[in-house]
Design a binder for this molecule. Structure first.
Ligand code: B1M
Length: 211
């Protein structure tokens, strides 16, 4: 088996102690950071996301695989920045105002990063103004809104309104997720899409970026 296949397996098998070493070896062997990302890390996280969607993997396993991927990304991120390789897209993600839940949101952020997006996580209790500020600061083309409570999901349309007011609505796609929201709510508040889990969020982001 090649080193890149070993690295892919190590992410799938949640071996975060192995992934930095394998990544370093793959670099030493002459693989480019981009190749390592595209041939090992992204396919591994695609696989994990698919398994999760099919109910064959659970949240703790997803988190551990994402951590193994992140351990490898620590080595690759500065090299990717140096080589000027464009990320697939720039995402600002956060949990909306008044909401402290961030486990699912972090998972979505990690999966998007694993899929080749540059991700800025604004954390929990992010106000509409903070979302707008982050979109401008990072020149984001996707914003991800998460809410876990029926009373906080109502802040989502407020964020979209504020994005419109700032004249950014044509530049940024809005995706929403979290237990109390669904595709009907996304349509109602004129978001660009809803994702039920982290794997679907990656698929949706890819679709929106490809236009
Ligand atoms: Co709270 N909580 N909680 N809680 N909590 C829920 C959400 C609740 C359903 C529990 C219940 O009553 N059955 C309920 C909401 C009820 C409602 O709205 N009707 C609730 C409540 C009421 C509260 C408090 C108000 C309780 C209180 O203090 N009285 C309080 C809220 C405080 C606040 O936010 N201001 C509170 C607090 C907490 C803890 C701090 C203790 C903790 C959060 C810790 C943390 O996140 N750091 C907590 C937890 C853990 C939960 C439950 C048990 C689990 C949530 C979770 O992490 N799930 C939850 C009950 C439950 O869901 N069974 C509950 C695992 C996670 C991987 O899934 O977050 O759904 P999830 O994310 C998924 C998808 O939804 C989706 O992808 C993720 C991965 O597959 N997704 C996105 C999420 N965001 C997305 C964004 C996307 C796309 C997909 O695009 C941008």
């Amino acid at each position: 088996m090649s080193l890149l296949e070993d690295l892919k397996d190590a992410v799938i098998e949640m071996e975060d102690e192995k992934t930095p070493e394998l990544t370093q070896k793959a670099l030493d062997e002459g693989n480019t950071p981009e190749a390592i990302l595209k041939k090992a890390l992204v396919p591994a996280m695609d696989f994990v996301g698919d398994q999760f969607e099919k109910g064959k993997r659970y949240v703790p396993e997803m988190v551990l695989s994402a951590q193994a991927m992140k351990a490898a990304m620590k080595l690759l991120r500065p090299l990717l920045a140096e080589s000027g390789i464009e990320p697939k897209g720039i995402v600002v993600i956060g949990t909306v105002e008044g909401d402290l839940h961030d486990i699912g949101q972090n998972l979505v952020a990690m999966m998007l990063e694993g899929a080749g997006f540059e991700v800025y996580n604004s954390g929990t209790e992010t106000t509409a103004d903070e979302f707008v500020k982050a979109i401008k600061e990072h020149n984001a083309n996707i914003v991800g809104l998460s809410a876990l409570i029926t009373t906080t999901m109502t802040h989502m349309p407020e964020v979209i309104e504020r994005i419109e007011d700032a004249g950014l609505r044509d530049k940024v796609k809005v995706i929403i997720g979290g237990a109390p929201v669904d595709q009907d709510y996304s349509d109602e508040i004129k978001a660009d899409g809803y994702a039920s889990d982290a794997g679907s969020a990656v698929k949706l982001a890819n679709k929106l970026i490809e236009g």
